[in-house]
Design a protein. Sequence first.
Length: 88
Amino acid sequence: MWWNNGMDWGAMGGGGWVVMTVLMLAFWALVVGGVVALFRSGRPTDSGSAMTAERSAENVLDERFARGEIDEQEYHARRAVLSSTQRR
């Protein structure tokens, strides 16, 4: 309802408009932040590609050899198998 021929601040008063403006800005910041978070979490990764799987297998093999879990013969044998599967 308007009193004084619309020259009043209305039912909220002067501070109410400030509060509403801040709340509206906060709301839109949350909406934009939510959309950005959805796009960042939904981004496809390269873990499904064959090249990444082969590289990670080689890395695991290298790490196992470096830790001494496998000997040099086994390392070279497995490395040969991995390199032959990469050429296919």
